[in-house]
Design a protein around this ligand. Structure first.
Ligand SMILES: Nc1ncnc2c1ncn2[C@@H]1O[C@H](COP(=O)(O)OP(=O)(O)OP(=O)(O)O)[C@@H](O)[C@H]1O
Ligand SMILES: [Mg+2]
Length: 325
């Protein structure tokens, strides 16, 4: 079996639907015949099990980290969905207070050795160091945001903090650079201070640090899912998001999918059942299957006009709903 595709799922703000989307994307990939593992990495707020219709009584990542040795495979649980396994978070053994960076690397390496086609990591909302580090360490990142202004702002703050965290970790050995980064952190990100200006200042200080800083921005291409969408028109905001991330952060995004607000989410939650198998024709399920299709078919096919493409695709989908009898 080839190495798994590992996808870390994060958000700038809590409550935007990360766990629900992670659980159902994992189900959709498993239903498409891919061996899939969903891992609850929201240590401190684990609840991915509930979206998979499982009780919170099994050991998971918390126990693995506290034990400091042992095999991660031991914590794999079967689910009611063929091809889908699950590793719980730290519901039973809270452990995250002071996780060293080396332990995070150890955990990610153990995850890489799991046998699967796809491994989805449900991270906690917001910009804790743990979330930023896991997002950076995983080979690819998917971000979820709702389309409301505060959520979009927190999404941009997440990416800004993510860049800073990567700079602070990877450039820390260049003399004087940590102090310079501390200074940059105090300045709000706007036209007076953007990533490109930081790169130039770092390069004046130390050419290699400038070069590396530039490479860090080029290395990441976060994919974005917009949740709680009401109409495709709302996706006009993607273009503005692009302008901000490119001009302020020198980051290029891929607008990867949108999910409409749908009451089947609440109904599945009240019944404690996984959404996709129980509401296969719901709006939510249809959109999740379309995103799973994108993961399967164009995960590496980054396109520069993905904002426009997403809006067109969502509009076609929306129109097809109203033309159905
Ligand atoms: N598209 C949607 N339509 C309707 N309800 C939704 C949708 N997406 C998510 N929800 C609901 O929103 C609530 C929050 O979702 P979820 O727990 O997945 O958020 P989260 O981002 O993982 O939160 P946290 O950061 O606290 O872990 C849940 O009640 C979920 O059922
Ligand atoms: Mg969650």
């Amino acid at each position: 079996m080839n190495k798994p595709t590992i996808i870390a799922i994060a958000s700038g703000k809590g409550g935007v639907g990360k766990s629900l989307i992670t659980a159902n994307l994992a189900i959709a990939l498993a239903q498409a015949g891919k061996k899939t593992i969903a891992i609850d990495m929201d240590l401190g707020g684990s609840n991915l099990h509930s979206y998979l219709g499982l009780p919170n009584k099994y050991p998971g990542i918390g126990d693995y980290l506290v034990a400091r040795h042992g095999r991660l495979e031991k914590f794999l649980l079967p689910t009611s969905i063929p091809n889908l396994q699950f590793i719980p978070g730290d519901g039973r053994t809270p452990c995250m207070a002071d996780l060293e960076f080396s332990e995070k690397i150890r955990l990610l390496l153990a995850i890489r050795w799991l046998r699967a086609d796809y491994i989805l990591l449900d991270l906690s909302g917001g910009t804790s160091h743990h979330t930023l580090d896991f997002f950076a360490l995983a080979p690819t990142g998917l971000m979820v945001t709702s389309l409301e202004y505060p959520s979009i702002m927190n999404f941009l703050v997440f990416l800004r903090n993510f860049i800073f965290r990567a700079y602070e970790r990877e450039l820390k050995n260049y003399p004087g650079v940590p102090e310079l980064l501390k200074e940059f952190r105090k300045v709000p990100m706007d036209k007076q201070m953007n990533t490109q200006m930081m790169v130039e200042r770092l390069a004046q200080h130390h050419p290699d640090a400038g070069q590396k800083a530039q490479e860090i921005c080029q290395r990441y291409r976060p994919k974005v899912i917009y949740n709680f969408c009401l109409t495709p028109d709302q996706l006009k905001i993607c273009q503005k998001v692009d302008e901000s991330t490119q001009s302020l952060l020198s980051l290029w995004l891929e607008h990867f999918g949108c999910v409409f607000e749908d009451r089947s989410a609440r109904e599945a939650s009240y019944r404690s059942v996984p959404l996709l198998p129980h509401y296969p024709d719901s709006l939510f399920a249809q959109r999740i299957r379309s995103i799973a299709h994108n993961i399967l078919n164009r995960w590496d096919g980054f396109s520069l006009d993905s904002a426009q493409q997403l809006r067109e695709e969502a509009t076609r989908f929306y129109q097809s709903l109203s033309s159905k009898p």
